[in-house]
Design a protein around this ligand. Structure first.
Ligand code: M6R
Length: 614
């Protein structure tokens, strides 16, 4: 949560920061602010509401020109989303401005200590305690880097901090622990940001900061050290995303653009995954393959849509490698004393690679001796770094808060992982693996076929625009698609939506259905035999209660078509691969309905893209 950027160079810092904030606004949008230092003083503009409000304020009352500054877009944790609590926070002596992402868990204790020392606080934030402490340390050392290190050792919790000192105005100091921070290395200019999207229009060369590190930036230098002052060597990486990937490219919303990017995103995720001998490859494997042969349990941990991707993957992986797969909400995992040991493989799924619940679950699993494989979209993210192996999803930047291409590429990557393990453990014949790989390679084209029917989905959304409650049903992998379809609608349309395993309906939830309730049903392909027929029976059960049924079924499925009030056709696939096409109309539906309702689709209320607090 929260987007941060710091800039030092020859351009106008305010413009660079404003543009950079626009690209990380998905991380939080309760308030935004910018600080620069000019003539020994700070100039600060901050405003509650979205970045647009700050931009309007700056257009009316511009800040002076400067080549160095910091900016922040906030998702509130401590203190409401008002102007005072907006970042940057300025120390009482006016010397230091600070932006922060994360939670300082011991802020109350620090605040009490500082108040005893005579410091007056003006906000309710945890961040202000760090800003005030930093100023007191700076007064002692007159060196922002040294002061930052000292402050960091006093803070408990997760944080990224970026600070500016009026007395050294062409230098920025940043630090991180358990919260994202990347450095962008330019020509005569340097950047720090929560996400490379903030600076890829200026440079694609970046440095990954490790845990507990401090970085000091000037126009021409980047120096990294740990909290004890020991120099550290950051890892360099080149950002492959083009700046255009972080633009809307003519779409009204990033979400709609990202839905339409899915054929390409899945294609890229599947690309070049085997060697000359046909063996599947992960991106970074730091696990001995013998250990993977010995695992007797897999635990998938993730949150939100990534968790639903895990639920889908469970069906395939258990089927292919005959090892039990548990799928856990990351936020619950470490609090229930899970049975995990050196023969457990923990698979974590995260688009951002920064989700704190997932990160903590990984740490817990590793302490118990498990090996961890991350399925992650963000190269060099903390989750990728702290795992024993990584499979990157190559979806490109996902900006909209509601995950779409993130979800589909997670399912695709989890399937690759399942096939990799099956190959390694010899639980599938080579031609079976080959058959699934061939079918996976046809998925991008099939997604495109679904996208080509978007207008039909939009017409349905227009038809139900006054409806308040929606039900989604599916069986087998379709039950996870139903959960994901309901989540999309809740997130961006703010409507009551529930997903159920279709067979479970008659054990209670069917009581909420009446003639006003649209029920979306994912019907397994007719080739799935009994599974298909059971879902047709479930459709009859809800029709008997007067519900309007929207059927998602394979093209030519006469039985499903005959009981549909509204039919959305899917291209033929095997049942295991159906989520990769069946999810798409549900994404389109949510996006369109939320648009018709006048909601902000990309930045829905109360949410943020990366949930970097527990
Ligand atoms: O970045 P992650 O994949 O770890 O994020 C996990 C969830 O926060 C995320 O999937 C969330 O549920 C999305 N907003 C769903 O659309």
């Amino acid at each position: 949560m929260c987007g941060i950027i710091g800039y030092v160079g020859q351009q106008d810092a305010v413009q660079v920061i404003l543009e950079g904030l626009r690209r990380v606004e998905y991380r939080g949008y309760d308030s935004a602010g910018i600080a620069i230092a000019v003539d020994g003083k700070l100039a600060v503009a901050k405003r509650s509401g979205k970045l647009g409000s700050l931009a309007a304020q700056l257009a009316e009352h511009p800040l002076p020109s400067s080549g160095c500054g910091i900016g922040h877009t906030r998702w509130a944790t401590h203190g409401g989303p008002n102007d005072t609590n907006a970042h940057p926070h300025v120390s009482a002596d006016g010397r230091v401005a600070l932006v922060h992402n994360g939670i300082i868990e011991n802020f109350a204790e620090l605040r009490a200590e500082l108040e005893l020392r005579g410091v007056t606080f003006i906000s309710q934030t945890d961040t202000e305690a760090a800003a005030q402490l930093l100023a007191l340390e700076l007064a002692l050392t007159n060196d922002l880097t040294v002061a930052m290190r000292t402050v960091c050792t006093r803070l408990k919790g997760a944080f990224t901090l970026v600070a500016l000192d009026t007395q050294n105005p062409e230098c920025l100091v940043a630090a991180r622990r358990d919260s994202p921070l990347v450095v962008g290395v330019g020509d005569g200019e340097n950047f720090v940001a929560s996400d490379v999207a903030s600076f890829i229009m200026h440079t694609r060369e970046a440095l990954e900061l490790g845990q507990n590190q401090v970085v000091t930036l000037t126009r021409n230098s980047v120096q990294v050290s740990d909290f004890d002052g020991e120099p550290a060597e950051p890892q360099h990486f080149h950002v492959d995303w083009s700046p255009a990937a972080a633009e809307k490219a003519g779409f009204d919303w990033f979400m709609r653009k990202e839905i339409f990017e899915q054929p390409r995103a899945v294609f890229d995720t599947l690309l070049g995954r085997s060697d000359a001998a046909g063996r599947l490859l992960l991106d970074e494997i730091r696990i001995d393959t013998n250990e993977l042969r010995l695992i007797d349990k897999i635990v998938v941990v993730a949150c939100g849509s990534a968790y639903y991707a895990g639920l889908v993957a469970k069906y395939a992986i258990e089927h292919w490698i005959r090892v039990p797969v548990e799928v856990e909400l990351a936020s619950e995992f470490r609090y229930r004393d899970p049975i995990v040991n050196s023969r457990t493989l923990c698979v974590t799924i995260s688009q951002s690679g920064e989700t704190m619940d997932t990160l903590q679950a990984i740490r817990h699993a590793r302490v118990q001796g498990a090996k961890v494989i991350a399925i992650c979209n963000t190269v060099g993210a903390t989750i990728a770094r702290e795992s024993d192996a990584v499979l990157y999803t190559r979806a490109g930047p996902e900006i909209a808060v509601a995950s779409t291409k993130g979800f589909l590429t997670q399912v695709s990557a989890a399937y690759l992982l399942g096939l990799y393990l099956a190959q390694l453990r010899g639980t599938m014949f080579a031609d079976e693996v080959e058959r699934y790989l061939t079918e996976l390679s046809e998925v991008p084209d099939k997604i495109q076929q679904v996208l080509d029917q978007a207008e039909r989905v939009y017409a349905l959304a227009a038809d139900v625009v006054d409806t308040q409650d929606f039900i989604f049903l599916g069986r087998h992998v379709g039950s996870a698609v139903a959960l994901e379809g309901a989540l999309k609608l809740k997130e961006i349309a703010y409507l009551h939506a529930e997903g159920f395993a279709a067979g479970e309906l008659k054990h209670g939830p069917i009581a909420i259905i009446d003639e006003t309730t649209p029920v979306f049903v994912v019907v397994p392909p007719p080739g799935a035999g009994q599974l298909h027929d059971k879902v047709i029976s479930n459709i009859q059960e809800v029709r008997a209660r007067g519900a309007r049924v929207v059927v998602l079924a394979e093209r030519g499925d006469v039985a499903a078509g005959s009981c549909a009030d509204y039919l959305l056709e899917l291209p033929p696939t095997s049942v295991l691969l159906q989520p990769l096409t069946a999810s798409v109309p549900l994404q389109l539906f949510a996006c369109e309905l939320a648009t018709l309702l006048g909601n902000d689709v990309d930045q829905p209320r109360n949410l943020a893209k990366s949930v970097t607090v527990e």
